[in-house]
Design a binder for this molecule. Structure first.
Ligand code: NAD
Length: 372
């Protein structure tokens, strides 16, 4: 059914896409009208960051390999001081969501523009969303100052992303699309991008996993990751993202893997309250059940399917359920503590939706093997 009324705000960012497009960096730097870059990255990607710095020559003030998953507030403070000391007037963030997140932490206080060069499918480069972790709690917010002004998408830079990380990062992108389909502020435009994102990531990720050097498959997936980031930027996220942020901040779980485990279960939770969104997911996956279809995508990609495999302790599930209800995100199905605890237990065991527990009351507090 066509949605007859909606509001959509487009965001001001410039995208340069293409194999080899990193070579456009000096020209894009000029286009931004900036002169003194601080290049940020993770320690693991410092070689790439230094090669980016060399492309900028004396317009690069320094390289800071200080990005860490979930942007701990201490790392953010160090990076802000570093940017100030370097006299930077541009942050060049080269890497995945953690690196772009560090750039955003700097921009949030200083308004220094970000030029992002993403190397995963997480999508942060398209959003005005920032996240900071303090005392085990990850807080997110939206602020236009953190939206990268220029994004250079070069599929060649994703070739080195290991197969398993490519798969989980791609599912992270699918998760943005899934929640965009049932967002209260969805529009036909965002739903079109979201459905296309799910369809082609589900098809393209197995190719990337089988042939990580296949530039066509890499480009297809990176393009859909752009779509996924774009819908994340302009729609609200719901219970699934809240659970991932809670698990990430509280237990320091890897972000993309947490998305891969949780998405089928959060989708099952919301299925009855969001039938049109489920139809869209089923169309995209050519499956009859959205949650099962998403579980099968993850299973086919051979990624971790359970919170247990990510190192979560059964005893953590109760406090995660409690925390997920604190400052909740809008969600199509009302949040119910007992049902969320069931969701978490199903995710803990990695049960396929449909074969999963409907009610956990008989088990409360006890860890039982999956066959029970
Ligand atoms: P990541 O940035 O933490 O990267 C994971 C690891 O992979 C790092 O060691 C990194 O150096 C390495 N890596 C990245 N690209 C590589 C490549 N091409 N080749 C080899 N190694 C590579 O992982 P991520 O999943 O991209 O980002 C997760 C973070 O991003 C989380 O903190 C999450 O909350 C945040 N995020 C934010 C938004 C937003 O809109 N604000 C959106 C999505 C994710």
């Amino acid at each position: 059914m066509f949605q007859r009324s909606f509001i959509f705000s487009s965001l001001p960012s410039r995208v340069v896409f293409g194999v080899g497009s990193l070579s456009n960096l000096p020209a894009e730097f000029n286009e931004l009208g900036v002169e003194r870059a601080l290049v940020v990255c993770t320690p693991e990607q410092s070689d790439l960051a230094y090669s980016v710095a060399r492309m900028l020559g004396d317009r690069c003030r320094d390289v800071l390999p200080g990005a860490v998953m979930h942007v701990p507030i201490e790392a953010a403070r160090r990076a802000r001081a570093h940017a100030l000391d370097a006299g930077a007037d541009c942050i060049v963030a080269v890497g995945g969501g953690s690196t772009i997140g560090l750039g955003k932490a700097i921009a949030l206080e200083s308004s220094i523009p970000i030029l992002a060069i993403p190397t995963t499918y997480a999508g942060s480069e398209m959003t005005p969303i920032y996240g900071l972790t303090e005392n085990g709690a990850k807080k997110t917010g939206r602020d236009l100052r953190v939206l990268p002004r220029t994004v250079i998408y070069d599929p060649e830079l994703t070739v080195s992303l290991p197969a398993r990380m490519s798969a989980t990062s791609g599912i992270n992108a699918i998760a943005h699309c899934v929640e965009a389909l049932y967002a209260g502020n969805a529009s036909p435009f965002t739903s079109m991008m979201a459905e296309e994102g799910i369809r082609y990531l589900a098809r393209g990720l197995p190719q990337v996993v089988q042939r990580p050097g296949d530039l066509d498959a890499r480009a297809e997936c990176l393009y859909r990751a752009w779509l996924a980031g774009s819908v994340l930027a302009t729609t609200s996220v719901a219970l699934h993202h809240k659970l991932c942020h809670t698990l990430g901040g509280m237990l320091n779980l890897p972000h993309a893997e947490t998305h891969a485990v949780g998405l089928p279960h959060a989708t099952a939770y919301n299925a009855s309250a969001a039938p049109q969104a489920m139809d869209g997911i089923c169309r995209a996956l050519e499956k009859r059940d959205a949650a099962q279809g998403l579980f099968d995508v993850a299973a086919q990609l051979d990624v971790p399917l359970s919170l247990k495999a990510l190192g979560v302790q059964f005893a953590d599930l109760d406090r995660v359920a409690d925390a997920a209800l604190t400052a909740p995100y809008p969600n199509p199905r009302p949040l119910d503590r007992a049902a969320i605890r069931v969701l978490l237990e199903n995710a803990y065991w990695g049960r396929r939706p449909g074969t999963a527990l409907e009610c956990v009351s008989s088990l409360s507090g006890r860890e039982l093997p999956p066959e029970n």
